[in-house]
Design a protein around this ligand. Sequence first.
Ligand code: S3P
Length: 426
Amino acid sequence: MSSKKIEPVKKLVGQMTLPGDKSISHRAVMIGSIAEGQTRVKNLLDCDDCNYTIRAFRDMGITIKKEGKHTIISGKGLRELKKPKSAIDVGNSGTSMRILAGILAGQKFDSTMEGDTSLSNRPMMRVVEPLLQMGAGITTATGGFPPLSISGGAVKPINYRMPIPSAQVKSAILFAGLYADGTTIIEEAFKSRDHTERMLKYYGADIKVDGLKISLKGGPELKGRSFEVPGDVSSASFFMAGAVLLQDSKIRIDGVGINPTRAGILEVMSRMGAKINVLNKRGMFEPVGDVEVEASRTKGIVIEESDIPGIIDELPIIFVLASLSKGKTVIKGAEELRVKETDRINSMKENLERMGARIEVNKDEITIEGVESLKGSANLRSFGDHRTCMAMAIAALTAKGASVIDDAGCITKSFPEFFDVLEKLK
Ligand code: S3P
């Protein structure tokens, strides 16, 4: 798919389930591969990023098979991965590269990870620094960018205070900590998504979480498990916002992950005045619910720095919601958006301004003054970024007039079915 034309619609209506959560799917493949015995996962996300993680573990000798809706991972234990024949290519997947670095740091072999042009411009020192402290040998390209060359071996536990909130970095340290002799301690300033902690515990790791402090004792083998991946709340957020913004809409998304460290969008949308209801709360080690959303008149709010980790991937769609809400929305401390697949402050500002939105950026503080409506634009740009593309597709649905988004094929990174699901809700 190259460019995508989007005509405005009046409403979104329907009930659906969504493909599995991307973060949880990456972790399922990683933890399943280094656990002993079989892991059987239902609803693992089939997207470019997760497929890079699957390929990486296949290249390291792990058998991963699809059986209908299930993925079967034949885990070999913590230290039984084999040296890949060539450099591991993780494409555009920052999550694969950063988290895998922690696992590779504990292996008996040396390895190299590389990515595409966009990933090759994303910062890696945030993960390299703590792993160096743990005793791993890692080199990067000049400036701390990929490729990463990792000299695996003996790693030691560390006590690490996270300088930036990042679940990827936290997860890399925890994975390396599995290989260390002793207790690794991580302290966060703001809580980032805790999928790794929950899954490691479910697999039998010796891990304790006390507020913002996590302790993990290295050593014990993990045991293969079975579970279902909840629907991805980040993917859900696009349809939720569409339903809020389009008059007469009502949608229900069943089986969505509602982990409070991840699903801050539910709280933010409620605070903006969206009619949103979570029903039938359930789940194993990850909480799940059915989310019902109706068209609502929303208002601007203040989003604090401490809210950011819980909505980091939903900020592009929050830009859209805020642009069409009554009054002013202020977003503080969102500078991490600048180092995502693209600079998402720029990408969203540029696109939404083309549609008539009013957005001011002062360093890392973003102020969005709501407007009555957006106008269509034939020049929307995805910047090769899946979430910019999907957020702008929703903005375009609400607009007065048709829009065109360039390079819309990038959605396969996380949600290949996005436009098909959208079509069914119209
Ligand atoms: C992710 C963590 C976040 C998020 C990314 C997925 C994860 O990144 O933006 O899409 O699965 O751990 P950071 O760790 O850089 O905040």
